[in-house]
Design a protein around this ligand. Sequence first.
Ligand code: PDD
Length: 286
Amino acid sequence: TIAYLNGEFIPLEQARISPLDRGFLFGDGIYEVIPSYGGRMVGFTQHMARLANGLAAIEIGCDLDSMQWQIITQRLISDNRALLGDNIGVYLHVSRGADTRRYHAYPQGVSPTIFGFAFALAAPAQPDRLIHPGASVSLTQDLRWQRCHIKSTALLGNVMHFQQGAQEGNAETILFNQQGEITEASSSNVFIIKQGKAFTPPLDNQLLPGITRQLVLKCLSLANIEVAEEAITVDELMAADEVWITSSGKEILPITRVNGQIIGDGNVGEIWEQVFTVYSQQKFEL
Ligand code: PDD
């Protein structure tokens, strides 16, 4: 595939960065994953806003404006479509760059490393509860850091949580804090449905402000389903009628089993079908 590195489009296997890059040594960087289907991106403006927030939060100065990012992203999609097909995720990454020494403080006069590549996404699911099998997740205490709202490339905490779920044969791992409240999953956000009403944890430092989460909130309101951004306890999760996880790669994934226990009646829910139908129709416009 064709990748982008510091101003150039090159074959991915030819991309080279310094081992002194702080993204490599410290996980000192910010990233985004933007989904696209048939060449059309979902949530591009929102992804750009979050990227700008992340770069500002860790004081990385990056000269690219949203228009330049759009040109890069579109080109990664169009140049790789023949190889990857219609469903493409674009990974964008800005790390602080290569310093001449390994010193913790932010270095002066170092230019950031800007990298992007494209990868194949799974085809979107059909919004049909009778054909979607539903997915299983693990549930465990959130042992990550307290700045989870920053989309940092330092993902070891997330990786270790995801790995636990994978080892248990599950698609994801949902996380709860010391108060027994759900934060998010290791690489997605969480929604539940109880008695026809939707709930998702409020945005704070314990979770990433997911773009799919934001778009799903819009779809819930388009579908006239009441929604509260409110703490969800583990007990409330386990007793929910429906559980969903959301992310750029998974869209809205219905969960029918948590830590081996069946959710609701064990089938993919009606409200999932309703909201995912709206999402599937409107996602390029949201
Ligand atoms: N993961 N929470 C975490 C910890 C995430 O890493 C992600 C995204 C989300 C969902 O955010 P969004 O809807 O903007 O994709 C929530 C990306 C896709 C990844 O790391 O691959």
